[in-house]
Design a protein around this ligand. Structure first.
Ligand SMILES: *Cc1c(COP(=O)(O)O)cnc(C)c1O
Length: 360
């Protein structure tokens, strides 16, 4: 069997070891005589899986005790609604910093719930950069400030998070959670769909500071209220058990790599391989993001013409590279190099890019 060079944006590559472990346990999980998918979510065997995933995430990210860790469904997209439904009360505005399509979508949902404002936007430059700290308009009386930590489509990433003082900072970290060390205490709430850096699709991680739970009104639909999931340890209803099991395995893999700091060093190395080709190509490959805003997770670039990009993508596909087309909204090329993408895949892509340039 030959594993593909998988540069998919999400769902994305999973560590081979994780898949092999899951395969080995698929028919008989821990001597139960059944797959983990067939266990009751109320069984002690599943409970151990659930608890271990939470504890490992707490350990790897250094999540303080005054934060809840929730496993919910509905993807990051449901969080676009749940965040304002739970945290945006009357008489306050939510402040959205727009750095790409996902921030725009988050804002669109908040607009349906309450008052909003835009504290900064880099849309005028096709979202090529992250606004500077000095250019953020934060009043200090907002319900929260919302950012997208990594812009999966445009290939930009916050290098330093804004200081929002008393205003809770909320981050959609779907595409860079666990890719580098993080000070969770800077945030009021972090959310991430699992399918980029944490596991398979179907699970969404929410990390929420305990005191923010009291903002939710009792008349919210039960499943949309963070309190429901916090009180029940994400076992109010049937959770996505297999997804949480795989998430736990991915976390175990990160721990065996040496933890988040070690994974971050790998990520820097991987990104450098590709950005160096772009920078040394004399404009043949044109990076979409401004260099100081570049993402370590999604490397976005263009070639001189759409025709040449088509040829590049076709030949890359033939050479075994998967998922290199840019998002349908902006085109071009994109290599998503999340935690589980091995260094060798990035080296192979670098070599391919150099070869392609020589021949075209
Ligand atoms: C992929 C992605 C989303 C959408 O996630 P779903 O789980 O499909 O809803 C939202 N935000 C960011 C930053 C993403 O990368």
């Amino acid at each position: 069997m030959k594993r593909a060079y998988n540069f998919n944006a999400g769902p994305a590559a999973l560590p081979l070891e994780v898949l092999q472990e899951a395969q080995a346990e698929l028919l008989d999980f821990g001597g139960t005589g059944m797959s983990v998918m067939e266990l009751s979510h109320r069984s002690k065997e599943y409970d151990a899986v659930h608890e271990q995933a939470e504890q490992l995430l707490r350990k790897l990210l250094g999540i303080p005790d005054d934060f809840h860790v929730l496993f919910v469904q509905g993807g990051a997209s449901l969080q676009f609604s749940m965040v304002p439904l739970n945290l945006l009360g009357e008489g306050q505005a939510a402040n959205y910093i727009l750095t790409g399509s996902w921030s725009e979508k988050a804002l669109q949902e908040a607009v349906k719930v309450g008052e909003t404002k835009v504290g900064a936007s880099s849309k005028d430059q096709q979202y090529r950069y992250i606004p500077a700290a000095a250019d953020l308009e934060i009043g200090g009386d907002e319900a929260y400030v919302h950012i997208t930590s990594n812009n999966t489509i445009y290939g930009t990433q916050w290098q330093q998070f804004p200081q929002t003082e008393e205003v809770p900072l909320i981050a959609d970290m779907s595409s860079d959670i666990l890719s580098k060390p993080l000070d969770v205490s800077q945030f009021g709430l972090i959310y991430a769909g699992a399918q980029k850096n944490l596991g398979p699709s179907g699970v969404t991680v929410v990390i929420i500071r305990r005191d923010l739970l009291s903002r939710a009104k009792d008349d919210l639909p039960t499943m949309l209220n963070y309190n429901t999931h916090a009180k029940a340890r994400s076992l109010y209803n049937t959770p996505p058990t297999f997804g949480i099991y795989l998430l736990g395995k991915v976390l175990g893999w990160v721990e065996r790599q040496g933890g988040v700091a070690a994974v971050a060093r790998q990520n820097e190395l991987k990104a450098k391989l590709l950005y160096d080709v772009i920078d040394e190509s004399g404009g043949y490959y044109e990076g979409h993001a401004e260099p100081e805003s570049r993402s370590l997770m999604n490397v976005t670039f263009n070639l001189a013409s759409e025709e040449l990009e088509k040829k590049f993508l076709a030949e890359a596909k033939e050479a075994g590279f998967v998922g290199l087309a840019g998002h349908r909204s902006i085109g071009g090329c994109r290599a998503s190099i999340y935690n589980a993408v091995p260094v060798e895949a990035c080296q192979a892509l670098r070599d391919f890019m150099i070869r392609f340039k020589e021949h075209n």
